[in-house]
Design a protein around this ligand. Sequence first.
Ligand SMILES: [Zn+2]
Length: 457
Amino acid sequence: MTRTLIRNGRVVTVDPALGDFDDCDILIVGDRIAEVRPNIVADVDEVIDARDKIVIPGLINAHLHTWQTGLRSIGSGWTGPDYHRIMHGNLGTRFLPDDNYIGTLLGALEQLSGGVTTIFDWCHDITSIDYAHRSIDALEETGIRAVFGHGSAKPNAAEGQLPFTHIPHPRERLEELRKGRLSSDDGLVTLAAAILGPQFSIPEVVEHDFRMARDLGLLSSSHAARRPSDWVSPEGFRIPAKLGLLDASHNVVHGNYIDDAELQLIVESGASVTVTANIEIHVHPMDPVSGRLLELGAMPSLGIDSVPLANSDFFNEMRLAMLYQRAVDQRTAYRAGGPPLANLPVPPRQVLEWATIGGARALGMEDRLGSLTPGKKADIVLIDGLALNMFPVHEPTFSTVQQANAANVDTVLVDGVVRKRGGKLVYDDGLLARRRTEMLHSVSRIIAESGYRRDAT
Ligand SMILES: [Zn+2]
């Protein structure tokens, strides 16, 4: 097994029992962290010099529609309904399996380069198994750790066809993947069911999809960001809860419009909730649920969601999640006539936990991801503390959350394998140039076919 030593880093383990170290080494044996302590002496294959670097656990982006990467920022002026009409009703219907491949490939490489070692790839334009296979091809090619969420497309119904809200998840595709290339729960790419959930489907479909995920032993996830008047099943998550089908194997994305009682039901069931602050601030009038989750004793996870609308830098997502909750708490206290808060809500360490432990918990992988704890997978990120926007680093968690961006990521390891080194992705330059050209061809065709005018909104 390959042995690697990360030497002399400022290590933020995000493991409360271990804490932080100003000058610390990490020994990696194979795909696991073997030791975290100062002055490790060991025979190793490679030494990574981490002087002047902050060392953190790999970040976990718990919600990303990676297939959409090539439409980056095209929807900066879109409203929520614009997104559904233009993306799912038009652009998304024109993707072919190879378009999924190229979007997923460059999107996953970008996340890796920006310090994200695990993504929940929520792939919901799938109309045949080929789309899933090409997306998985891309994930496997990058070396990122990914939960591949198999989702179904949401096109506008044609004359005489059922709307997507009435169509159960295509179980046969999930079964094919589960019996085939994603049969293992220990692989770098694992399978999940990206289902419609109660806000987007009728109760019969809600039951079918939750039951299917349970039968197949899969993590499931559903979107919940519609105004209650638009919910297809007004009973919401009470439906799977009453059936005994809501538990820690389900992940709710957003949750902004869910009332306190339903949110409590979700949290008490053990289901996780993922906040995507950038998107939610962009298109929703209701606050991200981070504060309400904290009151219920739950830890949020964070996601980027949709790159056509949101900035895809996960450090930016951490900052937005922190600042938005600080804004809400302080304004709420002030409007209630209270004194200034004694402590600023959401310290940087807390939001770093959401981006690591919170994500690991949402994916059911806290036993192997989320902190630099011996025995866990060696998913590790080194941040350049000498960069002009980082230097000097007084408190590593403050600098990581308040100052860092994707370009400051110096080194990335996933499963003990170096995927970025010295600020450069370990990916052939010539191949990357060709992939960029392929992406331009892909999205140019999609946009041309759609008739969408990029300056329209
Ligand atoms: Zn989403």
